[in-house]
Design a binder for this molecule. Structure first.
Ligand code: NDP
Length: 329
């Protein structure tokens, strides 16, 4: 038996953003139809919560694959040569349960998370949404810029990041990559003023985006907080938004952005309008009016990682990319 190993550089070559977006749509629809299985993820926190190891198993009915992502999250890595999210996606086939591939998880996470936000933006942002604010200049900030350029006809881009020099670097690096002017903003309030699409992609533990700052009709992709003890949005921002999620069960258990306002009594579980998969399947309506504020709370799902890994596995075989290792017993 042979197992395919795919490294970060090869993932970048094989998982293109414009290919990943429809793959994420399929994965979310599978989940919406009840074909996929996506249990809540166990997260093991390190002493004093300096980092964590998350385990994300998932099963896809179609394509026929299952597996698990194991990813370490080390916030202190930002600004060093180490990615803050590192790990591996283990891909198995469904019939005999044999291991097919081991794929770098950092790149899959960077790409698939932004691809899901692109799905949300296509479903929920106004069709003419063109004014983009990115909050956070890290890995997710960069991949969200790429995804938003594919999702809507963007003609203005603003960046804010906690460290001003990182905003400047982001503007220069990503501006050159996409041949776009990216405005560096002095505050979050200035960055989101009148924006049509806001992506929050930070490790902020406390709210950084305030409801008072949101323009009518804006769509928000809230990506940064993936655990119940942190949040990026204040209660007012969540209360005034129509909230859509990747998975209801995950939101009720893992999303600080939802759970803090709920604990304050400002919202209840009915505030969740539905899942992206349900909109894609035509079971629920997305945006209803041009003025309403829509919010996609992203937590990240194992099915997204496994669907990405399966696509990489198939493309790698066609293109002869990756390294096969002998796994015979
Ligand atoms: P990076 O380490 O690459 O970037 C971290 C970013 O957070 C930087 O822009 C940094 O700003 C900013 N930041 C750190 N502390 C604060 C703070 N107190 N206030 C405001 N901004 C802050 O991380 P990633 O881009 O990989 O991940 C960003 C977030 O997204 C993380 O919280 C991560 O857990 C989450 N995530 C969510 C996923 C999902 O599926 N929903 C998937 C992957 C990640 P600066 O550079 O200016 O210092």
């Amino acid at each position: 038996m042979k197992v395919l190993v795919v490294n970060p550089v090869e993932v970048r070559q094989l998982l293109l953003m414009n290919e990943c977006i429809p793959i994420m749509e399929q994965a979310l629809m599978n989940l919406g139809r009840g074909e996929g299985i996506n249990p809540l993820r166990p997260v093991m926190f390190l002493p004093e919560k300096v980092g964590a190891l998350g385990m994300m198993p998932a099963y896809l009915g179609e394509p026929p694959a299952m597996g698990a992502k194991i990813v370490s999250v080390m916030p202190k890595n930002y600004g060093t040569k180490y990615d803050s999210h590192q790990g591996v996606v283990l891909l198995f086939e469904n019939e005999h349960g044999s291991l097919l591939a081991m794929v770098d998880a950092s790149e899959i996470t960077a790409i698939r998370t932004a691809a899901v936000s692109a799905v949300a933006t296509r479903l929920l942002a106004r069709p003419d949404a063109s004014d983009l604010a990115i909050i956070g200049s890290g890995v997710q900030g960069a991949s969200h810029l790429e995804a938003m350029l594919l999702a809507r006809p963007i003609d203005r881009i603003r960046i804010w990041s906690k460290t001003g020099s990182n905003s400047q670097l982001f503007s220069e690096r990503e501006g050159a990559k996409f041949t776009r002017h990216i405005e560096v903003m002095p505050s979050i309030e200035a960055a989101v003023d009148g924006a049509d699409i806001i992506c929050t992609t930070t490790m902020a533990p406390q709210p950084i985006l305030k409801g008072d700052w949101l323009a009518p009709g804006v769509h928000i992709n809230a990506v940064g907080s993936s655990i119940k003890s942190t949040r990026e949005l204040d209660t007012a921002a969540v209360v005034k938004s129509r909230l859509f999620v990747d998975r209801r069960e995950s939101t009720l258990n893992e999303a600080g952005d939802f759970l803090f306002p709920k604990a304050e009594g400002a919202i209840n579980d009915d505030h969740i309008q539905g899942e992206l998969g349900e909109i894609l399947l035509g079971q629920i309506e997305g945006r209803k009016t041009v003025e309403e504020i829509t919010l996609f709370k992203s937590l990240g799902l194992g099915v997204e990682d496994i669907a990405s890994a399966f696509h990489i596995y198939e493309k790698a075989q066609q293109s002869g990319t990756g390294t096969w290792i002998d796994w015979s017993s």
